[in-house]
Design a protein around this ligand. Structure first.
Ligand code: MTE
Ligand code: MO
Length: 418
């Protein structure tokens, strides 16, 4: 049972890594300060270069492998790109009235939105924010970008008033083969309304200060900030406003929760599994701030005998674990050199528009690095687990243990000191 939420530690307390009791969220922990002495590993850059994202793309051929005439035919160049917005005429026994729009944007009559018009709309309404991309089915973050685009509600407004609209469907280029359609959806409310401090879903046309590469879903991609990657449709070409209240997501057909949110979860860097005796052992990793935010990251180190099975959530060893706080990468003092040239933090959502400081840390739906200095260890084999604790005090994997709502197992890594 989780304990009632406790107030988050102050930033100074938190960064000093002394907030173990608070981090615990009612789970057993240690109050010992982490070992000091060794420099933290240099955190990886906050923005992942577009080409370094882990790619998750369907299609035969994959749309980003098209070139020349095929690319032009696919309307996947900035000059040829068009976005259609149509009213879905669907009705059934439950959905009695079809959706309708004052104005549809259609390829057939030349009214479909083109790239220049989208960028022009962006001059007036454009916003940008950082977002970690993560697949519901892959136990590793795919990357993090500074995305820029026009809120979906502003794009939908181009169609004038709408009637009987309860859901927005959207899909990308699919080789003109219905079997290859990759589609997703939002409720009308999710598309149109954004709570204060939250990030709006948007039609994106820039990543890390540059046009979105074909591989990352350019020229134009949907970005749904709170969701797993399957809602962020690449090669966006069609939006349908529908009165069907049900999700049509391709991912839902594969037994996934179509409304899953990004999970608050820690990941361990597994690049090193050998350390020299007498040298401080410094571990690192990443943490995604999901729907429930991040209070901290904790690790549990234990020595293991040769051939010993890893401890698993809930087993006897686990229940006796001592979790210690890790250090989170602090917010940069100076964002120049981190954000693309010409982008001031105060112009990025999630930052205070006056001071340019992040309103929360980590920023909502973003990812930062963590590290843990384990000090010098006796030669031997070790196992380390890392878990995130959210702002409710829930320690990963609680309270969200179903893999088909987003993989969220506590990671374990083995290493040897010799
Ligand atoms: N059109 C289209 N959009 C798509 C996909 C796809 O196969 N086709 N894959 C989705 C899934 S499942 C994920 S996890 C993300 C991955 O984004 P990335 O390849 O930029 O990392 O894109 C999403 N958008
Ligand atoms: Mo995915």
């Amino acid at each position: 049972m989780p304990s009632p939420p406790s107030p988050p530690p102050s930033r100074r307390e938190f960064l000093a890594g002394t907030a173990a009791a608070v981090l615990a969220g009612g789970m057993r922990t240690s109050t010992a300060a982490p070992a000091k002495g060794a420099a933290c590993p240099i955190p990886r850059s906050l923005l992942t270069p577009a080409a370094d994202f882990y790619d998750v793309s369907r299609g035969n051929p994959k749309p980003h492998t098209l070139t020349g005439e095929a690319l032009t035919q696919a309307r996947l160049t900035p000059e040829t790109w068009r976005l259609e917005i149509v009213a879905d005429t669907f009705t059934d026994a439950l959905v009695k009235e079809p959706a309708s729009l004052d104005k549809q944007l259609l390829l057939a009559d030349g009214t479909a939105l083109d790239f220049q018009a989208l960028v022009k709309l962006g001059k007036q309404h454009g916003v940008r924010y950082l977002k970690a991309m993560q697949c519901l089915n892959i136990a590793e973050p795919l990357g993090q970008g500074l995305w820029e685009g026009v809120p979906l509600r502003e794009v939908l407004k181009l169609c004038g008033s709408m009637r009987n609209a309860r859901r927005i469907y959207f899909s990308g280029f699919h080789n003109n083969d219905p079997k290859q359609i990759f589609q997703s959806s939002l409720s009308f409310t999710q598309a149109m309304e954004t709570a204060p401090g939250e990030l709006p879903p948007f039609v994106a046309y820039r990543l890390n200060g540059e046009p979105i590469s074909l591989e990352r879903g350019g020229p134009v991609r949907m970005i749904i900030p709170w969701a797993h990657g399957f809602k962020s449709i690449k090669w966006l070409q069609r939006i349908a406003v529908t009165n069907d209240f049900r999700a049509n997501d391709t991912y839902a057909n594969a037994n996934n929760d179509p409304e899953s949110h990004l999970k608050t979860a820690a990941y361990i860097d597994t690049t090193t599994d050998k350390f020299a005796a007498g040298q401080p052992v410094v571990l690192s990793g990443r943490v995604i701030s999901g729907l429930s935010g991040v209070r901290g990251v904790e690790h549990w180190l234990r020595r293991v005998a040769a051939g010993e099975k890893p401890a698993t959530a809930g087993d006897e060893k686990w229940r006796a674990a001592t979790w210690r706080p890790c250090d989170l990468e602090p917010p940069p003092q100076d964002w120049s050199g981190i954000l693309p040239a010409g982008t001031a933090p105060k112009n990025v959502l999630g930052f205070d528009p006056r001071s340019g400081r992040p309103l929360t840390w980590p920023l909502r739906y973003s990812m930062v690095s963590w590290s843990a200095n384990l000090g010098t260890l006796q030669p031997g084999k070790y196992e380390v687990h890392a878990r995130a604790v959210d702002l409710n005090g829930f320690a990963q994997p609680e309270p969200r243990p179903l893999p088909k709502t987003g993989r969220n197992a506590v990671e374990v890594h083995r290493f040897e000191v010799s």
